[in-house]
Design a protein around this ligand. Structure first.
Ligand SMILES: Cc1cc2nc3c(=O)[nH]c(=O)nc-3n(C[C@H](O)[C@H](O)[C@H](O)COP(=O)(O)O)c2cc1C
Length: 160
């Protein structure tokens, strides 16, 4: 069964987009179809169709989602759609220098999606920009495990 994944990107200075582009290239093979969308101008209807989503977002301000993610985040909070048919993963980019709000952008999306009934696959990937690791490399390693979990979930659903 082909996995169809939509990567939704929240970014201020392009790092999360770079990570998502790298993952899109890696994932898009015969077994997985991946499509990246910047969150700009999206609203809750982005989750209207059931499916697999990967949230890839950084953190800004006082632990906020980036500016281009605000409309989507606010729309989900206001509209409160039932996302029971949505499965998702989260890649949260942040910096431990901001100890109180480390990776809160991704954590906020995680909390909100769970509140709305969506179910997360795997653990949230937390990337620390002060650690000296390249986020696209860390994410490329993490995605293999996440895809394996996604396949398990899809197999369970299909009764394999
Ligand atoms: C002004 C500013 C505020 C930030 N605030 C936070 C924060 O509150 N928590 C956190 O974990 N990281 C914070 N960061 C770090 C960014 O989230 C991190 O560098 C990320 O990799 C940037 O990704 P982007 O280029 O996709 O926006 C901040 C960075 C800047 C420049």
């Amino acid at each position: 069964m082909t996995l169809d994944i939509t990567i939704l990107v929240g970014t201020m200075t392009g790092t999360a987009q770079l990570v998502a582009q790298e993952l899109e290239l890696r994932m898009d093979d015969g077994e997985t179809r991946a499509r990246m969308r910047l969150m700009d101008d999206l609203d809750a209807s982005a989750f209207a169709q059931a499916g697999l989503f990967l949230i890839c977002t950084s953190t800004y301000g006082q632990g906020d989602v980036p500016d281009n993610a605000k409309a989507l985040y606010d729309s989900l909070q206001t509209m409160r759609p039932d996302l029971a048919r949505v499965r998702y993963g989260v890649i949260a980019l942040g910096d431990r220098t901001y100890a109180e709000t480390f990776c809160n952008g991704g954590r906020r999306f995680d909390r909100l999606l769970t509140e709305l009934g969506a179910r997360r696959i795997g653990e949230v990937l937390l990337h620390d920009a002060s650690a000296g690791t390249m986020p696209e490399e860390v994410a490329a390693e993490w995605i293999e495990g996440w895809l394996a979990l996604c396949r398990d979930v899809m197999d369970e659903r299909a009764g394999v």
